[in-house]
Design a protein. Structure first.
Length: 59
């Protein structure tokens, strides 16, 4: 079985920004890779990785 068989979470990501202004991370307030105009939760690469670790599917 593959990982896709277990993980049913939609991991859609917002589009990456081509330049400033960048959206702030909702957890640590550092700049993210996403445009400031993006609506919804945006995380910096570090917080995004940590969140993925917390919510990873365990087999």
């Amino acid at each position: 079985m593959s990982e896709d068989d277990y993980c049913l979470i939609d991991a859609a990501r917002p589009p990456e920004a081509e330049g400033p202004p960048y959206a702030d991370c909702v957890l640590c307030r550092k700049p993210t890779e996403y445009p400031e105009s993006h609506k919804g939760i945006t995380l910096c690469p570090v917080c995004e990785w940590q969140e993925a670790q917390r919510t990873a599917c365990s087999g």
